[in-house]
Design a binder for this molecule. Structure first.
Ligand code: FES
Length: 112
């Protein structure tokens, strides 16, 4: 599915719940889609510390806890918030179009 402004759909917005992120693949990359306090956020799915899938982790407020070694990141910025994670996640601005959570894949950013 191709949308204006380079946006591409990751998943149905209705599939994402506050405590249940969704893993989505696009162009060979895996993303994790989150809903926090009514707003959608998208990060890379793969933990920067190892093989953990963040979409399978545990949401605690604005943080995601990796299921592998229990490191944490701020879902909104991708910044690491608990050891052993030290490297930020890439994040994308999430927009909802026609009921789908969309991103522009080339506009990923990384917290300093
Ligand atoms: S793989 Fe995520 S904390 Fe180690």
């Amino acid at each position: 599915m191709s949308l204006e402004d380079g946006l591409q759909a990751l998943c149905d917005a209705s599939a994402v719940e506050e405590d249940t992120p969704v893993r989505a693949e696009l162009g060979g990359e895996a993303y994790a889609v989150f809903l926090v306090e009514g707003a959608f956020y998208v990060t890379q799915d793969l933990c920067t510390h190892g093989p953990g899938s963040l979409a399978e982790g545990f949401v605690e407020g604005c943080e995601i806890e990796c299921p592998f070694h229990q490191g944490k990141f701020d879902i909104r910025t991708g910044a690491p918030t608990a050891a052993p994670c030290t490297e930020a996640l890439r994040t994308w601005e999430a927009r909802v179009v026609d009921g789908k959570v969309c991103i522009n894949p080339v506009e990923g950013r990384k917290a300093a």
